[in-house]
Design a protein around this ligand. Structure first.
Ligand SMILES: [Zn+2]
Length: 540
């Protein structure tokens, strides 16, 4: 039995019953004492391993309440070529990179590029199938947008994935077509992800296993000891089991199985001592604000970005991904089976519809502690937050939108009034909601400290602050990536704070985040990560 005693630095428990303890004792992967050094020592044998923090801070391991580690490995790992704006700043440069890759491709090789961005690639055109055919006549080619929700294909790509004029558009998906019903090459929402599987399959399993190893490493290097797989599909299980079997340093994973129909069997999943479990069901109500697929009460702004790069019509207010009846039937089915529901909602009109539905469902199937989650919540209004609170609905905010796309959100998409309350985490907290924050990796990198900084400063890349009133204080930000995130995945009794009987998951930080300026919080070095009392990462 491994025993450890931590002492010698600030211990931030995030548990109001243990403020500023001197020491923490761990035995057999669990926390056995939090308190004075003497008491902690007494709770262990003489063989305990003593760790002097030397002034560094011990915190509960971070929890990212909505991410996609396995899907991230598929989306971002080689041979996918990174064309995000931070790598190639213009559309012209992006096209140049694609041409260079095509020039060295084997005949028929599947080529995939990730990161086209209508907001951040200033000279962006919608790549047509004809343009892509000219560049790559002999290779299936796909360009995925940085928000993950859309994909542009050439003719070989469409053919390889079975999409032609006779192919029926699945419910919940978009296939853009010309007047002869011929696909233009642009597809969006659910079909994007199923189509990408053709590319991944062509590359084989080894690539995915290697990519997954790199991705989970990225999470633990950032002190994340628990995250979710928020679009879980049954064939993912083998990769997670493999990682556990080989003892990889993988965070604990709460799986949310993706539903696109109401007749899916939700897997029962439970591996190790809370290493991997089925937490609930994920459904998209709407899509990405960055391609116009969210449902709004007020239209998008009209300008070069929305009308040209995003191809929206004037007065665009978007729509739901699925017909409303179809969507409601899906949610009703899995809610009545007792699953925790997590529903992707970005537009305020979408949120109205979902809250109406929750009210009906709670009358049909009363559940006192359902923890129905709304994911991302970009344009949620104050009245909706109040209503959500009354219904017991909780929100997880994709706060990194502000860091990465804050400028275009205000100037091009929604204007200053809506931007000031975009991802309204501050209002939700003021109304008494326990919120969480997430990086939604692969969309942004997994870093809880980045999430804290984004929620505390709401500062975009160009330095502007989007809505000072919505900023969080440091303790609230910390809770939203520890104990309140644990609450949102139904694990607050086992994870999320340094409390007796919980799993011994910790992160050691070079300096104390409670005493660091918000602007510098993401620069704090992660020194070590512990999972179940075992050190799984150390930064020498
Ligand atoms: Zn997601």
């Amino acid at each position: 039995m491994t025993e450890i005693l931590f002492y010698g630095g600030p211990i931030i428990t995030v548990d109001s019953t243990h403020i500023d303890p001197e020491a923490v004792a761990v035995a057999d992967g669990k926390i056995v004492c939090v308190g004075s050094r003497l008491d902690a020592e007494k709770s262990l044998s003489s063989k305990a391993h003593c760790i002097d923090l030397e002034g560094k801070s011990l915190l509960p391991g971070f929890i990212d309440a909505h991410s996609h580690p396995l899907w991230a490995a598929k989306t971002r790992g080689a041979p996918v070529v990174d064309v995000r704006a931070e790598t190639v700043p213009t559309y012209a440069a992006l096209m140049g990179k694609i041409k260079r890759r095509v020039a060295v491709a084997e005949p028929g090789e599947y080529l995939l590029f990730f990161g086209l961005d209508a907001q951040l690639h200033p000279d962006m055109e919608s790549p047509s199938r004809e343009t892509l055919d000219e560049i790559a006549p002999n290779n299936p080619i796909g360009i995925q947008t940085s928000n993950c929700h859309a994909l542009y294909l050439n003719s070989a790509g469409l053919q390889a994935c079975g999409i032609d004029e006779n192919f029926e558009t699945p419910t919940g998906s978009i296939i853009e077509r010309d007047e002869n019903k011929r696909p233009t090459g642009k597809i969006a929402e659910a079909i994007t992800w199923s189509t990408l599987e053709y590319f991944y399959e062509a590359w084989g399993d080894i690539r995915l296993s290697e990519g997954f190893a790199t991705t989970v490493q990225e999470f633990v290097e950032n002190g994340i000891t628990t995250t979710t797989e928020h679009l879980y599909m049954p064939f993912y299980k083998v990769y997670f089991q493999n990682a556990l079997k080989h003892g990889w340093a993988m965070p604990r994973i709460a799986a949310y199985q993706q539903a696109t129909t109401s007749d899916m069997a939700v897997e029962s999943l439970s591996e190790g001592d809370d290493r991997l479990w089925m937490a609930g069901v994920k459904i998209h109500a709407d899509g990405s604000p960055f391609i116009g697929n969210i449902w709004l009460t007020q239209p998008y702004l009209e300008n070069e970005i929305t009308l040209h790069r995003m191809d929206l019509k004037p007065g665009h207010t978007g729509s739901l991904n699925y017909p409303q009846d179809y969507f409601e039937e899906m949610v009703r089915t899995y809610f009545s089976q007792g699953w925790q529901m997590t529903v992707h909602t970005q537009g305020d009109r979408t949120i109205d519809m979902v809250l109406d539905l929750v009210e009906v469902l709670l009358k049909e199937t009363p559940r006192p502690d359902h923890r129905f989650r709304l994911e991302h919540c970009a344009l949620m209004r104050e009245d909706q937050i109040e209503r959500a609170k009354e219904l017991g609905v909780i929100c997880s905010f994709f706060i990194n939108h502000i860091t990465h796309w804050g400028g275009p959100i205000e100037d091009a998409l929604f204007g200053p009034e809506r931007a000031a309350h975009y991802m309204p985490a501050g209002t939700a907290v003021k109304k008494g909601m326990r919120i969480s924050l997430h990086a939604d990796t692969p969309m942004t990198d997994p870093s809880a400290l980045e999430l804290m900084k984004a929620s505390m400063t709401r500062t975009a890349k160009d330095g502007r602050c989007l809505g000072q009133d919505e900023c969080l204080d440091v303790m609230t930000a910390l809770k939203s990536v520890t104990i309140d995130a644990a609450f949102q995945i139904g694990m607050e009794d086992k994870l999320g704070s340094i409390s007796v009987e919980k799993h011994a998951d910790f992160v050691i930080l070079e300096s104390n985040p409670l005493e660091t300026d918000a602007a510098n919080i993401a620069d704090i070095k992660v020194v070590s990560t512990y999972l179940a009392g075992e050190r799984i990462w150390h930064n020498d």
